[in-house]
Ligand binder design. Structure first.
Ligand code: SF4
Length: 95
């Protein structure tokens, strides 16, 4: 899978903490701080020309289990992946 979509990423040059949260050894954020941070990251994703490519990459290739990517947080990506798996299973079963 080509990663040229990264050239169009709206998050290029942004602080990674905004998308992935504080790193190990850094002060933890409160749930309210996390929610505000995630919403700011998703706002950037909404303006991103590479959003669908980024989402595809994070659903199919990336091992990232947390953080905002493709406009979705980790829980939303897991739910999206499950929906896609169910849809694929249904399509395989149908004649
Ligand atoms: S969708 Fe969001 S995380 Fe993905 S490249 Fe665009 S701005 Fe970055």
């Amino acid at each position: 899978m080509s990663r040229r979509w990264r050239d169009r990423a709206a998050c290029k040059g942004e602080d990674l903490v905004l998308f992935y949260g504080p790193g190990e050894g850094e002060p933890r954020e409160t749930p309210q701080e996390k929610e505000a941070r995630v919403q700011r990251a998703k706002q950037i994703c909404r303006s991103c020309l590479a959003q669908m490519d980024c989402l595809d990459f994070h659903l199919q290739v990336s091992a990232a289990q947390y953080g905002v990517a493709g406009g979705l947080d980790e829980d939303e990506r897991r739910a999206y992946r499950r929906r896609m798996q169910r849809k694929t299973a249904r399509e395989r079963r149908s004649p």
